[in-house]
Design a protein around this ligand. Sequence first.
Ligand code: NDP
Length: 298
Amino acid sequence: MKILLLGKNGQVGWELQRSLAPLGELLALDSRSQDYCGDLNDLTGLSATVRRFAPDVIVNAAAYTAVDKAESEPQLARRVNAEAPAVLAREAKRLNALLVHYSTDYVFAGNGDTPWLENDPVAPLSVYGSSKLEGEQAIQASGCSHLIFRTSWVYAARGNNFAKTMLRLSRERDSLNVIDDQFGAPTGADLLADVTAHAIRTLRQQPELGGLYHFAAAGETTWCRYARFVLEQAQVAGVDLKVTPTMVGAITTEAYPTPVKRPNNSRLNTQKLQNAFELRLPDWQAGVARMLIETLEK
Ligand code: NDP
C-alpha cells in the first residue's frame, strides 16, 4: 500500500509517521518538503504530488489551526482548510484512493450540554470553524472514498501543550485561574494516529465503512479540572508546585476573553466510530497521565 501523509510535523502528523509506517510505503511531507510539494497553499503543486506518487491512501494531517489568527487571514485559512482538501478529494477520486482527513467540533455552535452527533446541525462560530466545515463538505461532495474524523482538544507529547503550560505556570506563579465552563475530552494525537491506522486497514476490507466520524477520548472534563488533574499527577510524581491542585481557581469564559469565542460544549458522541470499527476509546485520563509521565521523566 502506498500512503501519502501531509502535515507530517504537526501534533497528529508526527504520530501518524509512526503509526502509518508499518502499513506500506509512506511518503511523509510538510510545507517545506523539496522533492515533492507538501504545501497546502500551493494547489497546483499539491495536485502534481498526488498524480506523481499515485498513493492508495492520502492522509491529510495538515491544517491552518491558528484559531484567532484565522480571523485576520481568512483567505489563507480557507485555501489550506477547504480548497486544498477539495483538491486532495478530486485527485483521490481520480485515483480511486482513500482520503483520510481531520476536522473539528468547531463546526458546531458549541452550545448545550449534549455530546454532538455526526448529523447534528452545524453552525461554526469562527473563520477556522467555517473553513474546516467547507473542507469536510468538499470531500463529501467529491464522491471519493473518505474518512473524516472530527476531533477536539488534541494534545501531543511533542511540543507545547496545555498540560505542560499548567505545570510551568504552577511552578512559577502564586495563583492560577482556569476556565471551568468549557467541556470536552483531551484527545491524544497518538490515539488519533493509532486508530487512523486501524481504520485504514479495516476500510481495505470493508469500504462501506467510509464516512464522517466523531473521535475523542472517553469521558469529559473542563480546562480547570484538566489542570487540576495534571497537577495531581505531578504531585504524585514528586514535583514541587507553588500552586497545588486545590488552589487552581475556576473562572468563566467571560473572565478570559479571546478574539474568537471558544465553544462551551466540545463534547463529541463517538458511538458511531466505536461500533463501526469495533473499538473502545479509552478514558481521557489514561492518555494524559501517560503523556505526563513521559514529560516529567525528561
Ligand atoms: P497542528 O497545528 O499541530 O499541525 C498542523 C500542521 O499543518 C502543522 O505541522 C503545520 O505546519 C501544517 N500546515 C499549516 N499550513 C500548512 C500548509 N500551507 N501546507 C502544509 N502544511 C501546513 O495541528 P494538529 O496536529 O493538532 O491538528 C491535526 C488536525 O486535527 C487538523 O485538521 C486540525 O484542524 C484538527 N483538529 C485539531 C484540534 C486541536 O486541538 N489541535 C482540535 C480539533 C481538530 P507548520 O507548523 O510548518 O505551519
